[in-house]
Ligand binder design. Structure first.
Ligand code: UDP
Ligand code: MG
Length: 175
Protein backbone atom coordinates (compact mmCIF):
# COMPACT_ATOMS: atom_id res chain seq x y z
CA UNK A 1 0.00 0.00 0.00
CA UNK A 2 1.13 3.52 -0.81
CA UNK A 3 0.08 5.79 2.02
CA UNK A 4 -0.09 9.56 2.41
CA UNK A 5 -0.53 10.82 5.96
CA UNK A 6 -1.97 14.30 6.45
CA UNK A 7 -1.17 15.83 9.83
CA UNK A 8 -2.79 19.18 10.71
CA UNK A 9 -0.68 20.87 13.39
CA UNK A 10 -1.58 23.78 15.61
CA UNK A 11 0.79 24.36 18.53
CA UNK A 12 2.12 20.82 18.51
CA UNK A 13 5.81 21.48 19.26
CA UNK A 14 5.88 18.63 21.78
CA UNK A 15 4.19 16.16 19.49
CA UNK A 16 5.47 16.44 15.93
CA UNK A 17 8.76 14.61 16.50
CA UNK A 18 7.22 11.77 18.58
CA UNK A 19 4.46 11.39 16.00
CA UNK A 20 6.96 11.26 13.16
CA UNK A 21 8.86 8.53 15.02
CA UNK A 22 5.63 6.66 15.72
CA UNK A 23 4.85 6.79 11.98
CA UNK A 24 8.29 5.46 11.05
CA UNK A 25 7.86 2.62 13.56
CA UNK A 26 4.35 1.79 12.40
CA UNK A 27 4.96 1.96 8.66
CA UNK A 28 8.52 0.66 8.19
CA UNK A 29 7.55 -2.98 7.72
CA UNK A 30 3.88 -2.63 6.88
CA UNK A 31 3.47 -0.25 3.95
CA UNK A 32 5.30 -0.17 0.60
CA UNK A 33 5.86 3.57 0.67
CA UNK A 34 4.54 6.52 2.58
CA UNK A 35 4.76 10.27 2.82
CA UNK A 36 4.10 12.45 5.85
CA UNK A 37 2.40 15.76 5.08
CA UNK A 38 2.64 18.17 7.99
CA UNK A 39 0.41 21.24 7.73
CA UNK A 40 1.49 23.91 10.20
CA UNK A 41 -1.71 25.85 10.76
CA UNK A 42 -0.18 29.12 11.94
CA UNK A 43 1.19 27.71 15.19
CA UNK A 44 2.31 30.25 17.78
CA UNK A 45 4.79 27.90 19.43
CA UNK A 46 7.89 26.24 17.98
CA UNK A 47 6.01 23.76 15.79
CA UNK A 48 7.39 25.41 12.62
CA UNK A 49 10.99 25.12 13.83
CA UNK A 50 10.49 21.51 14.94
CA UNK A 51 9.02 20.64 11.56
CA UNK A 52 11.89 22.35 9.74
CA UNK A 53 14.30 20.22 11.77
CA UNK A 54 12.39 17.04 10.95
CA UNK A 55 12.33 18.06 7.29
CA UNK A 56 16.08 18.70 7.16
CA UNK A 57 17.24 15.76 9.22
CA UNK A 58 15.24 12.94 7.71
CA UNK A 59 16.67 11.81 4.45
CA UNK A 60 14.93 8.44 4.31
CA UNK A 61 11.36 9.48 4.96
CA UNK A 62 9.38 11.41 2.39
CA UNK A 63 8.16 14.52 4.15
CA UNK A 64 6.11 17.42 2.84
CA UNK A 65 5.55 20.60 4.79
CA UNK A 66 2.93 23.29 4.34
CA UNK A 67 3.14 26.44 6.43
CA UNK A 68 0.11 28.68 6.87
CA UNK A 69 0.84 32.34 7.58
CA UNK A 70 -1.87 32.35 10.23
CA UNK A 71 -4.29 29.99 11.91
CA UNK A 72 -7.01 29.01 9.44
CA UNK A 73 -8.45 26.10 11.43
CA UNK A 74 -8.20 22.34 11.18
CA UNK A 75 -10.57 21.98 8.22
CA UNK A 76 -8.43 24.27 6.05
CA UNK A 77 -5.31 22.44 7.16
CA UNK A 78 -6.87 19.10 6.24
CA UNK A 79 -7.88 20.36 2.79
CA UNK A 80 -4.40 21.72 2.09
CA UNK A 81 -2.92 18.39 3.16
CA UNK A 82 -5.30 16.45 0.94
CA UNK A 83 -4.34 18.69 -2.00
CA UNK A 84 -0.68 17.83 -1.41
CA UNK A 85 -1.24 14.10 -1.01
CA UNK A 86 -0.40 11.60 -3.72
CA UNK A 87 -0.81 8.13 -2.19
CA UNK A 88 -3.33 5.53 -3.26
CA UNK A 89 -4.64 5.83 0.31
CA UNK A 90 -4.62 8.98 2.39
CA UNK A 91 -4.99 9.06 6.16
CA UNK A 92 -5.80 12.17 8.17
CA UNK A 93 -4.38 11.91 11.67
CA UNK A 94 -4.19 14.37 14.58
CA UNK A 95 -0.74 15.50 15.63
CA UNK A 96 -1.43 15.21 19.33
CA UNK A 97 -0.65 11.48 19.66
CA UNK A 98 -4.24 10.63 20.61
CA UNK A 99 -4.50 8.51 17.48
CA UNK A 100 -2.06 5.74 16.63
CA UNK A 101 -0.46 5.40 13.19
CA UNK A 102 -0.80 1.58 13.43
CA UNK A 103 -4.53 2.09 13.08
CA UNK A 104 -3.91 3.77 9.70
CA UNK A 105 -2.32 0.52 8.55
CA UNK A 106 -5.34 -1.42 9.81
CA UNK A 107 -7.66 0.94 7.93
CA UNK A 108 -5.57 0.51 4.78
CA UNK A 109 -5.82 -3.27 5.08
CA UNK A 110 -9.59 -2.98 5.30
CA UNK A 111 -9.54 -0.99 2.03
CA UNK A 112 -7.25 -3.63 0.51
CA UNK A 113 -9.72 -6.34 1.47
CA UNK A 114 -12.84 -4.40 0.48
CA UNK A 115 -12.64 -2.80 -2.95
CA UNK A 116 -16.27 -1.74 -2.48
CA UNK A 117 -15.31 0.64 0.36
CA UNK A 118 -14.03 4.14 -0.40
CA UNK A 119 -13.15 5.24 3.11
CA UNK A 120 -12.64 3.80 6.55
CA UNK A 121 -12.98 5.91 9.68
CA UNK A 122 -11.85 5.18 13.21
CA UNK A 123 -13.65 6.67 16.13
CA UNK A 124 -13.46 6.81 19.87
CA UNK A 125 -16.67 6.14 21.62
CA UNK A 126 -16.75 9.18 23.89
CA UNK A 127 -16.45 12.69 22.45
CA UNK A 128 -17.09 16.05 24.05
CA UNK A 129 -16.90 19.04 21.73
CA UNK A 130 -18.03 22.60 22.21
CA UNK A 131 -21.06 23.76 20.24
CA UNK A 132 -19.03 25.91 17.84
CA UNK A 133 -16.59 23.14 16.98
CA UNK A 134 -19.47 20.76 16.45
CA UNK A 135 -21.01 23.21 13.98
CA UNK A 136 -17.77 23.48 12.04
CA UNK A 137 -17.49 19.71 11.92
CA UNK A 138 -21.12 19.38 10.89
CA UNK A 139 -20.56 21.68 7.91
CA UNK A 140 -17.37 19.85 6.92
CA UNK A 141 -19.19 16.53 6.88
CA UNK A 142 -22.25 17.95 5.18
CA UNK A 143 -19.97 18.66 2.21
CA UNK A 144 -18.58 15.14 2.22
CA UNK A 145 -22.03 13.64 2.74
CA UNK A 146 -23.30 15.54 -0.29
CA UNK A 147 -20.95 13.59 -2.52
CA UNK A 148 -21.18 10.32 -0.67
CA UNK A 149 -23.85 7.66 -0.94
CA UNK A 150 -23.15 6.53 2.58
CA UNK A 151 -23.61 9.17 5.25
CA UNK A 152 -20.65 9.61 7.51
CA UNK A 153 -21.05 9.50 11.23
CA UNK A 154 -20.62 13.10 12.30
CA UNK A 155 -19.36 12.09 15.70
CA UNK A 156 -16.59 10.05 14.16
CA UNK A 157 -13.19 11.68 14.40
CA UNK A 158 -11.35 12.92 11.35
CA UNK A 159 -9.06 9.92 11.77
CA UNK A 160 -9.85 8.21 8.51
CA UNK A 161 -8.27 6.61 5.49
CA UNK A 162 -9.63 7.26 2.02
CA UNK A 163 -8.96 6.17 -1.49
CA UNK A 164 -7.53 8.50 -4.10
CA UNK A 165 -10.93 8.99 -5.75
CA UNK A 166 -12.33 10.37 -2.49
CA UNK A 167 -9.39 12.74 -2.10
CA UNK A 168 -9.80 13.94 -5.68
CA UNK A 169 -13.50 14.54 -5.14
CA UNK A 170 -13.06 16.47 -1.90
CA UNK A 171 -10.38 18.75 -3.32
CA UNK A 172 -12.50 19.39 -6.41
CA UNK A 173 -15.14 20.96 -4.15
CA UNK A 174 -13.84 24.45 -3.71
CA UNK A 175 -16.62 25.43 -1.26
N1 UDP B 1 -5.51 21.74 14.66
C1 UDP B 1 -5.23 22.56 13.58
N2 UDP B 1 -5.72 23.84 13.58
C2 UDP B 1 -6.48 24.34 14.59
C3 UDP B 1 -6.78 23.47 15.68
C4 UDP B 1 -6.29 22.18 15.68
O1 UDP B 1 -4.54 22.15 12.65
O2 UDP B 1 -6.87 25.49 14.53
C5 UDP B 1 -4.99 20.36 14.69
C6 UDP B 1 -4.32 19.97 15.98
O3 UDP B 1 -2.96 20.34 15.99
C7 UDP B 1 -4.51 18.46 15.98
C8 UDP B 1 -5.87 18.29 15.32
O4 UDP B 1 -6.08 19.49 14.57
O5 UDP B 1 -3.53 17.80 15.20
C9 UDP B 1 -6.97 18.09 16.33
O6 UDP B 1 -6.97 19.16 17.24
P1 UDP B 1 -7.42 18.99 18.73
O7 UDP B 1 -6.66 17.88 19.37
O8 UDP B 1 -7.39 20.31 19.39
O9 UDP B 1 -8.92 18.57 18.53
P2 UDP B 1 -9.74 17.40 19.19
O10 UDP B 1 -8.81 16.27 19.51
O11 UDP B 1 -10.32 18.00 20.40
O12 UDP B 1 -10.75 17.07 18.13
MG1 MG C 1 -7.03 16.00 20.13
Amino acid sequence: MKLSVVIPCYNEEQNVAPLQQACIDAFADTVDSYELIFVNDGSRDKTGEKLKKIFEENKDTKIKMINFSRNFGKESAMFAGLEASSGEYTTIIDADMQQRPEVAVQMGKILDDHPEYDMVAAFQEKRKDGALLSKVKTSFYSVINKVSEVNLIEDASDFRTMRRNVVETIISLTE
